[in-house]
Design a protein around this ligand. Structure first.
Ligand SMILES: [Zn+2]
Length: 222
């Protein structure tokens, strides 16, 4: 989970839909703006360009029309995460609220080998941090039998992405590199640690946990 800035003000269609008897909060401008704000990534698992997408209500809206049409309550989530969260993880950190500082509250660990599981470590003990840790652990490692298969598929995508990132980090430091080679690898590495990339939090923690990598690439965290 990384910080995501929600663009303001709310799309016009939201107010118009709210006034209707059977208004739809998923109006065209809402979809376009959320997709853009969240860089087309699920805000929970950070999988980019998910095939099955939900416009999620960060706080449940049942019986509350204001929450249902509140722009700040609408998030971009994949079905796997949305369904996992529905069950029992409501009070989590809000990645669109800069005061929640989501990137400093949890550490993300995934070793790049087959059959590894994801480890999420809390860096403070607030109820929101702990619940987010539990949600992320469930999302990446699975809950029910079916969700465990979905999570394994998700981790396979994560594995590919981390291996690609790892290869670029190694290539960058080769002593046979020309200045041009180095610049090429740097552009690729910066793409990986950009908040719009796939699984950014995992990649940023690889950088943060290594002094040399942190000196070299820490300045490119946006
Ligand atoms: Zn997801």
């Amino acid at each position: 989970m990384v910080y995501t800035e929600k663009s303001q003000p709310a799309p016009d269609c939201l107010e118009l839909e709210k006034a209707k008897v059977n208004g739809d909060y998923k109006c065209a401008n809402v979809l376009e703006r959320i997709k853009n704000d969240f860089k087309n990534k699920c805000y929970i698992c950070e999988y980019k360009e998910p095939i099955a997408i939900n416009v999620e209500h960060f706080r449940p809206h049942e019986g509350d029309n204001d929450l249902k049409f509140d722009w700040n309550n609408l998030f971009w989530a994949c079905s796997h995460c949305n369904n996992t969260k529905l069950a029992s993880y409501q009070n989590i950190l809000n990645c669109t609220d800069s005061s929640h500082d989501v990137e400093k509250k949890l550490k993300y660990i995934f070793k790049p080998f087959p059959f590894e599981t994801v480890q999420i470590i809390e860096l403070d003990n607030s109820p929101e941090t702990l619940m987010t840790k539990n949600l992320l652990t469930a999302v990446y490692n699975g809950t029910t039998k079916l969700k465990t298969i979905e999570s394994a598929n998700l981790r396979n995508k994560l594995l590919e992405e981390i291996m690609d990132f790892q290869r670029l980090l190694c290539e960058y430091f080769r002593d046979t590199n020309s200045q041009e080679d180095k610049e090429y690898f740097l552009i690729k590495i910066r793409g990986h640690i950009h908040r719009g990339s796939n699984f950014t939090a995992f990649k940023r923690w690889i950088i943060l946990e290594n002094g040399k990598l942190k000196d070299e690439f820490g300045i490119y965290f946006d």
